[in-house]
Design a binder for this molecule. Structure first.
Ligand code: SF4
Length: 67
């Protein structure tokens, strides 16, 4: 698989071989049920490593913050 990565990767997860490889990253998250890739989140939400759609909705202000 090859693709041109056009954006800097903001993911702070250590040791991931897909870092900076957008096509591989998105494909991995889709096929392994690992939620949303890091680049969709704000830096604060990305740092929680909660990649769920629910956390993304909270991050975007579509759901109230967790209590
Ligand atoms: S979002 Fe997931 S697959 Fe993408 S670089 Fe980070 S840990 Fe790797």
């Amino acid at each position: 698989m090859s693709c041109q990565n056009k954006f800097p990767c903001p993911c702070t997860a250590k040791g991931c071989t897909r870092h900076g490889k957008c096509c591989e990253c998105v494909a991995h998250h889709i096929t392994h049920g690992e939620g949303v890739p890091a680049c969709f989140f704000s830096p604060e939400a990305e740092a929680t490593y909660d990649r769920s759609v629910e956390n993304l909705a909270r991050d975007r202000g579509l759901l109230p913050p967790k209590k």
